[in-house]
Design a protein around this ligand. Structure first.
Ligand code: S3P
Length: 437
């Protein structure tokens, strides 16, 4: 069902809030708990459509999952203990859920069928299929490796060594998950570091994983077929969700907010570094660590921002944050130049085009190339038009934030996809002083 939204100019934002659990960590918590022997307990799980699709897929393969008042309980079946699903694994809008679960299924000796919504079935899967075939799995796909597809899991998986051709935590994680039920040592090499939630959580669960750092590059080796016990996992808040509120506070005059308990994994905070370089009054307070993940409370105050150049090397650590950074850039003095954005073209939508079109119809000056974006900031943002979200939750939320500082209200053609990652977004924003309907 389509859910249009209208975002109007807001007064100052203030308050102390939390955002829902981290999406990347939530998928991994469910999947790794399924591979332990015994009952794991997850608190703070992101209860969004994407994550629920992963839970349902695991249930279809024999994992018992139930939610009690305070936690999710996962009865793990042990490494390699999944059973053949008797229905299609429907992954909705979730690229992460799909690629991670394809990895897990690739080394279970059964066939599974994957599909998803109209956005997901356009997204590239060959990047995961290519390494997974090396384990001995086979795939039947639509042309160019697109969903719907079937994974014919390897009965006798062989360990692999693979250097990632694209900086992708999803592909890295698909390989590591396939390695869990593969005898011997599987190695993944990444030239550019990407989010390492899989590695940290595998270590926390007690899997045999070793990470060698060599400058920026990393070599990750996992020895498969370990038997490990259950764990308690606490999922921190999602920095990619917090980003919308942080940028809103930075650009709406007089605002001051604190977002408590947010994951600040170093491979996830490129946006925050960039905003600080632009002059944002932004602080990490109370920094602490849990299960290898860094956590902090984030304080953000209204700031005069200045445009800057965001280097391509930073892209993996802020890959989901370019839509909201572009909104901050629209309010900054001067130009913000964002480089190395080729991966934005294969997200939930072609985000480069969606951002550029949305800002242009809102009256802003934007230049997009194949892999870069330049936004010229302005004091007055006309707004007053309808933004096409192209089934992309982050485009919807970003332009809802733009509406908070534009002259005329911004209409979002469909806000329904927000529930894939940030249920309660509208209520939370309105609770601190926003005006979204
Ligand atoms: C994710 C990795 C990133 C990111 C996505 C979540 C993950 O995708 O965009 O939202 O949880 O591993 P890529 O691996 O395709 O860069």
């Amino acid at each position: 069902m389509i859910k249009p939204l209208i975002s109007r100019r807001a007064g100052k934002l203030s308050g102390e809030i939390t955002v829902p659990g981290d999406k990347s960590i939530s998928h991994r918590a469910l999947i790794l708990a399924s591979q332990a022997v015994g009952q794991s307990e997850i608190t703070g799980l992101l209860e969004s459509e994407d994550v629920i699709h992963t839970a349902k897929a695991l249930e279809l393969m024999g994992v018992e999952i139930h939610k009690t008042k305070d936690a999710w309980r996962i009865d793990g079946v042990g490494t390699g203990g999944l059973s053949e699903p008797d229905d299609i694994l429907y992954m909705g809008n979730s690229g992460t859920g799909t690629r991670l679960m394809m990895g897990l299924c690739a080394t279970h000796g059964f066939t599974s069928f994957f599909s998803g919504d109209k956005s997901l079935i356009k997204r590239p899967m060959l990047r995961a299929i290519t390494p997974l075939k090396k384990f001995g799995a086979e795939f039947i796909t639509r042309e160019k490796g697109l969903l719907p597809l079937a994974v014919i899991g390897a009965k006798n998986p062989m360990p692999i060594s693979y250097e990632l051709p694209v900086a992708s935590a999803q592909v890295k994680s698909a390989i590591l998950l396939a390695a869990l039920n593969t005898p011997g040592k599987t190695t993944v090499i990444e030239k550019t570091p990407t989010r390492d939630h899989s590695e940290l959580m595998m270590k926390y669960f007690g899997f045999d994983i070793e990470v060698k750092k060599n400058g920026g590059a990393r070599e990750i080796t996992l020895t498969g077929q370990a038997e490990i016990g259950p764990k308690k996992v606490v999922v921190p808040g999602d920095p990619s969700s917090a980003a919308f509120l942080v940028v809103a506070a930075l650009i709406v005059p007089g605002s001051e907010i604190i977002i408590k308990n947010v994951c600040i994994n170093p491979e996830r905070i490129g946006l925050y570094t960039s905003l600080q370089e632009m002059g944002a009054k932004l602080e990490f307070l109370n920094t602490r660590e849990n299960a290898g993940e860094k956590i902090a409370d984030i304080a953000a105050r209204y700031s005069e921002l200045t445009g800057t150049e965001i280097p391509a090397a930073r892209a993996p650590s802020m890959i989901d944050e370019y839509p909201i950074l572009s909104i901050a850039a629209a309010r900054a003095n001067g130009k913000t130049i964002m480089l190395g954005l080729e991966e934005l073209r294969v997200k939930e939508s072609d985000r480069l085009t969606a951002i550029a079109e949305g800002l242009k119809v809102s009256g802003m000056e934007v230049m997009a190339s194949e892999n870069s974006l330049t936004v010229t900031g302005a004091k007055n943002i006309p707004g007053g038009k309808t933004i096409e979200t192209h089934m992309d939750h982050r485009i919807a939320m970003s332009f809802a934030v733009l509406g908070m500082v534009s002259e005329k209200p911004v209409t979002i053609n469909d806000g329904a996809m927000i529930d894939t990652s940030f249920p309660g977004f509208v209520e939370l924003v309105n609770g601190v002083g926003g005006n979204i309907e």
